[in-house]
Design a protein around this ligand. Structure first.
Ligand SMILES: [Ca+2]
Ligand SMILES: [Ca+2]
Length: 272
């Protein structure tokens, strides 16, 4: 045997010897029977019962609806709000003579919007555009005389149904407002019926009206589907209207004549 064969043979022999010994003594291969166990066998335990699972609910799928025209986003219904006129955000009609500046809505003086009650289309007022068309509401505003003829009147537009949609009270439109005079301390309610002309529905002296450039607070509460109206001056109920036709309509601020300027602030309105 040359040295090369011997190097292989000797390790092989040793390995065969070890395997034979292992099979004889049981140290390898099949485990031997063991002695008394150190611990009692564990009690038989039930396998955990898995809770029955329900299949997930899958919403039925529907094919997408294809629309011919896009649907505009749903607008929240107007429920009211306040306006301190700190900015002109487009919520009101503004034009020459109707401007928002320094936190005040200035109305007047106008050159050509006609006086309330005249035969010409009346337009010395601004509509609250963001308020929309209303029937029942609770509306309030602070107002004061600023300049011009002192015995002219100014106040709130209570309802305006602009049937020809031009912003003026034309013969076919319905219009109702509430104006006061700080000079003579009276208030007037003007109504314009479609093809029925102008009527002074109310015309009364009211002692709580503050004179000069002092602030007066006007309030109107429209109820019963817009058919009734309670009006207040400086928290005093001064009169009520019933049987008002033609709801709903716009609301706003008004000066009754061209030659006066009034300021308005702290407008608030709530809609039930
Ligand atoms: Ca203000
Ligand atoms: Ca009109």
């Amino acid at each position: 045997m040359n040295s090369k064969l011997r190097r292989i043979f000797v390790p092989m022999f040793s390995f065969v010897t070890l395997v034979a010994l292992a099979c004889t003594c049981g140290a390898f291969g099949q485990p031997q029977a063991t002695a008394t166990p150190l611990l009692p066998p564990p009690a038989a335990t039930k396998p955990p019962v898995a809770a029955p699972t329900k299949p997930p609910i899958v919403a039925p799928t529907q094919p997408p609806v294809v629309l011919d025209t896009p649907v505009p986003p749903v607008q929240d219904e107007f429920t009211g709000g306040i306006d301190d006129f700190s900015s002109d955000y487009g919520g009101w009609e503004t034009f020459d003579g109707a401007t928002i500046a320094d936190g005040i809505f200035y109305l007047g003086q106008f050159s050509d919007c006609a006086d309330v009650g005249s035969d010409n289309p009346f337009g010395c007022f601004t509509q609250c555009l963001v308020c929309g068309q209303l029937t029942d509401y609770d509306m309030q505003v602070d107002t004061a005389y600023v300049s011009g003829v002192t015995d002219r009147t100014f106040g709130m537009v209570l309802r305006f149904v602009d049937n020809d949609n031009n912003g003026l009270v034309d013969p076919g439109d319905y219009y109702l407002d509430f104006e006061l005079s700080i000079y003579d301390k009276y208030f007037v309610v003007w109504e314009h019926l479609p093809n029925g002309g102008w009527t002074r529905v109310l015309d009364k002296f009211e002692g709580s009206i503050r004179p000069g450039t002092k602030v007066n607070t006007l309030r109107a509460v429209s109820g019963s589907g817009g058919t009734e109206m309670d009006i207040y001056v400086n928290d005093n109920w001064v009169d009520g209207l019933t049987g008002i036709p033609y709801p709903p309509g716009a609301v706003g601020l008004v000066v009754g004549g061209r030659a006066v300027q009034a300021g308005f602030d702290n407008f608030s309105i709530t809609v039930p």
